[in-house]
Every structure is written in C-alpha cells, then in structure tokens.
Ligand binder design. Structure first.
Ligand code: RB5
Length: 148
C-alpha cells in the first residue's frame, strides 16, 4: 500500500503518480489534499508519513511545489526517511543505500514523465543492506537522541 500526499502545488504531479500506480496495479491511499485550494504541505506530509511509520502503508510518495518543504515535514515523523529527488539516479540510490521509505518530488521541478519515471524506480528498487544498514541504524539512533 502506497501513501500519497501533496499540497495544492503538488496536486498535478500527484495525479500523474496516481495514474502510474493504477498502471502498476499498486494500491494506494491518498491522504490529500484533493483540491487546488491553497493549503499547507506539512498537514498532508504528516498524515501520509504517519501511515508509513505505523506500517499501515509500505512506502509513500509526496508532492509539493519543490518537493522540499513536504520532505522536511515528513522527515520529522519518527521512522521516516523521505528523499526529495528530481533525477532517476538519486531515486535509485536512495532506495539502495538509504532505504528511503518516502519519496518527495516537486511539481514545479519535474515534468509528468520524469516524475513517473522517478516514482517507478523508487517503487521497484530494493535496499542493498550490508554496510548501509549500519548507517540506517545510526540515523535511528539520532532520532532516539543518542550521540554517535
Ligand atoms: C507552495 O507555494 C510551495 O511553497 C510549496 O508547495 C513547496 O514548494 C514548499 O516547499
């Protein structure tokens, strides 16, 4: 199950991601926003991120104007590793090395085709584990307030 979230600026790209998920036969839950009315990205970042952090959803995809604000907000939820990506290489590597569980993209940065490509790579690339797991564990330790 894929958690989706966006603000008004990210809505057009989120709609493209929904079309991709439907082609891939992947179930999703859209945590809003649902209209073009101006709204605050942190609200939707938090709703989708909590669904991923709780295990209700496996991964999440967020869209705002740049992909930055919504990723910063999502990363405040414990257990979330949200990567703002605007290229395919970063999307692949953030899965392989960072085990990113959320992807954020900007509607004003990437076009619909590139956005769909980035999302597909994010959804189909596996975490490599090994030495990268130690680094993920260190990120979790920072979240717990520990000094590395
Ligand atoms: C909204 O205008 C815009 O600031 C927001 O979508 C996002 O780009 C913030 O990071």
């Amino acid at each position: 199950m894929i958690a989706l979230g966006s603000d008004h600026a990210g809505l057009p790209l989120k709609r493209e991601i929904i079309a991709l998920l439907e082609r891939m036969n992947l179930p999703y839950h859209d945590y809003g926003t649902y209209t073009e009315d101006s709204c605050d990205y942190a609200v939707f970042a938090q709703r989708a991120a909590q669904a991923v952090a709780s295990g209700e959803c496996d991964r999440g995809i967020l869209c705002c104007g740049t992909g930055i604000g919504i990723s910063i907000a999502a990363n405040k939820v414990k257990g979330i590793r949200c990567a703002a990506c605007s290229d395919c290489y970063s999307a692949k590597m953030t899965r392989k090395h960072n085990d990113a569980n959320m992807l954020a993209m900007g509607s004003r940065v990437v076009g619909s085709e590139l956005g769909q490509m980035i999302a597909e790579i994010f959804l189909t690339t596996e975490f490599e584990g090994g030495r990268h797991q130690r680094r993920i564990d260190q990120i979790a330790a920072i979240e717990r307030g520990e000094t590395l």
